[in-house]
Design a protein around this ligand. Structure first.
Ligand code: PLP
Length: 296
């Protein structure tokens, strides 16, 4: 597993804080980032239940679909991807990769896609595809959260006070917050507009999983969501964000994806400028991957 990379910048020296990045994108050439952690116990559970087929959901650029397709191929599962929206040909790189891995792609219109967790919709899928193990969108369920408790335990993080991570569903942050040592905090950066729901959502993911061997004794007080850096909504960007990501990569040789990690990193730099972090704080930013989705 990759080790943290320290970022040197006068901004941090000025405010007497330090920033390191944990590059999950370096853990595996293909199945990388937080999605690998979210898949781990889902695939194990599917195997325990003797399923042969995995069915899961995602948008056309989904990091989860990309990772799930590769992981299913590696673990010899049949894979079915239920994709939001209409088929566009030629397939984009994400879907074309998924198909190369052997994933069957099925498209559903956006309205039906919104009902994908309803019993009626699931029954229809069962009639159409037979028995399968279902992994929800983004791999965000209890086995997914359980996997994310290992993001930190795989590396020595005792020297960091504040762990930062980007949030979509909040499952990754839930796993991280469960694995924090006492007196440590986690800060989630919402990648979408209206991210206020995430505080309750993360708490719910934590409760669903229940106590784990590594879980911190502090209940829900050890994490917080920052909602100011969504840049207009999920997958929306602007020139300022793209310029920042370009400069960051030039200075650190760490590439960022515009959907999640660039927004978190922009947020960290902006908060540092504003004096948000107490002097003496050492920050660890989790680079959750997502580089497959970068569009040139
Ligand atoms: C899916 C994803 C996230 C969001 O994870 P959640 O557990 O849904 O909050 C963050 N970063 C990257 C790169 C992702 O692919």
């Amino acid at each position: 597993m990759a080790n943290p990379i320290k970022i040197n910048n006068p901004l941090f020296a000025k405010h007497e804080i330090t920033l390191s990045v944990l590059p999950l994108y370096l853990n595996h050439p293909i199945i990388s980032g937080n999605k690998a952690y979210k898949l781990k116990y889902n695939l194990q559970e599917a195997k325990n239940l003797r399923h042969k087929t995995i069915l899961t959901f995602g948008g056309a650029f989904s990091n989860h679909i990309h990772a799930a397709a590769a992981a299913c191929k590696e673990a010899r599962f049949n894979a079915i991807g239920i994709i939001r929206g209409e088929e566009t040909l030629p397939l984009n790189p994400t879907l074309s990769f998924a198909r190369q891995c052997g994933m069957q792609l099925h498209y559903v219109d956006r309205e039906s896609y919104r009902t994908k967790t309803s019993p009626a919709f699931l029954e229809k899928l069962q009639q159409q595809f037979g028995e399968f193990y279902l992994i929800p969108e983004g791999g965000s369920n209890s086995p997914g959260v359980q996997g994310c408790t290992e993001i930190l335990s795989n590396s020595d993080h005792s020297q960091y006070d504040l762990i930062c991570c980007p949030c979509g569903t909040g499952a990754t942050l839930a796993g991280i917050s469960l694995s924090l040592k006492p007196n440590r905090q986690a800060l989630g950066f919402a990648a979408l507009k209206g991210g206020e729901f995430l505080q309750a959502q993360v708490a719910q993911f934590r409760e669903q999983l229940g106590p784990t061997p590594s879980s911190s004794s502090e209940p829900t007080a050890n994490f917080k969501i920052i909602t100011d850096y969504h840049f207009g909504g999920f997958a929306k960007t602007n020139p300022e964000l793209m310029h920042f990501a370009g400069q960051f990569e030039k200075q650190t040789a760490i590439p960022l994806d515009p959907v999640y990690t660039a927004k978190m990193m922009y947020g960290i730099y902006d908060l540092a400028k504003k004096g948000f972090f107490k002097a003496g704080t050492s920050l660890l930013a989790i680079h959750t991957g997502g580089l497959q989705g970068r569009r040139k």
